[in-house]
Design a protein around this ligand. Structure first.
Ligand SMILES: [Zn+2]
Length: 225
C-alpha cells in the first residue's frame, strides 16, 4: 500500500497545492479528497491513464478538500465514462456532500456512494472522527493491510490523537497535517515534542513552515507540480 500525493499544502498555500493523495492498485484508484487545484494536476499528469474504477474518500467539506470534486465527477463520467464511487460516511455528511454536488450541477448518475463491504482494494479503511473545526464533521482514516496500519489524519488539531497513535505498535506510519499559530491545526511546536520516526508531514500551512520542517529533518511526501 503506497500513498502518492497530488498536493501537500494547507488551504492558503497554493505553491504546495491542495492536500490530496491517492493509492493505485492495477486499474483501480482511490483518492483522498479532491481540492481546488487537484483536478487540474490529475489531468496534467495523466493520473487516470488506464484506470477503470475510481473511488474517493472525502475527509471533510472545506473547499481545499472538496472544491475540485464537482468538476472531477463531471469529467470522469462524461469524458471517461466512469461512475465514481464515493465512500459513504455519516448520514449528515453524505447529505451535505450531495447538496454541494446538486448545487454545483453534478448529475446524480455521475457518482454513487459505496459502503465498506464493497471496497475492492487489497487493504481496508476505517474512518474516525477527529477535531478540526466545530463547524464541520471531519474524519481521519486508518488504512489496514496484513496487520499493518497507516494513519492519515486529514485536518485535525488533536495532538493527543497523534501521541496515542505514535505509541500504538500496530501503526507503522502517520501522515499528519501541520500548522502554526492556528487553533484548527496541529501546532508544529507541539508536534516537535513527539518522536518523529513514524511521522510524515503534509497539509503544510506555509513555505516558511516547510523550511523549518526540512531543516528539522522531517519526512515530507513528494507531490505533483
Ligand atoms: Zn480543513
Amino acid at each position: 500500500m503506497k500513498l502518492d500525493f497530488i498536493g501537500i499544502g494547507g488551504a492558503f498555500n497554493p505553491k504546495l497545492g491542495s492536500n490530496c493523495a491517492y493509492i493505485k492498485e492495477k486499474d483501480k484508484i482511490l483518492f483522498i479528497d479532491m481540492g481546488l487545484d487537484s483536478f487540474y494536476k490529475i489531468i496534467k499528469h495523466h493520473i487516470l491513464k488506464d484506470i477503470k474504477e475510481i473511488y474517493i474518500i472525502i475527509t471533510h467539506l472545506h473547499g481545499d478538500h472538496v472544491g475540485g470534486l464537482p468538476t472531477f465527477l463531471q469529467y470522469t463520467y462524461s469524458i471517461l465514462n466512469i461512475q465514481t464511487n464515493i465512500i459513504k460516511n455519516s448520514e449528515t455528511f453524505t447529505k451535505n456532500l450531495c447538496t454541494i454536488l446538486d448545487l454545483t450541477g453534478v448529475k446524480k448518475d455521475n457518482y454513487q456512494f459505496i459502503e465498506n463491504n464493497n471496497f475492492p482494494f487489497s487493504f481496508n479503511y476505517k474512518l474516525k472522527t477527529t477535531t478540526h473545526t466545530p463547524l464541520l464533521e471531519c474524519y481521519s482514516i486508518i488504512f489496514e493491510k496484513d496487520n499493518q496500519m497507516i494513519l492519515y489524519t486529514s485536518d485535525s488539531n488533536d495532538i493527543n490523537y497523534i501521541k496515542e497513535k505514535i505509541e500504538d505498535k500496530n501503526i507503522t506510519k502517520i501522515y499528519t497535517e501541520v500548522g502554526e499559530n492556528s487553533p484548527v491545526h496541529i501546532e508544529y511546536k507541539q508536534l516537535k515534542q513527539l518522536p518523529k520516526e513514524k511521522l510524515i508531514l503534509m497539509h503544510i500551512q506555509s513555505m516558511e513552515l516547510l523550511k523549518k520542517i526540512k531543516r528539522d529533518h522531517y519526512k515530507v511526501p513528494k507531490y505533483l507540480k
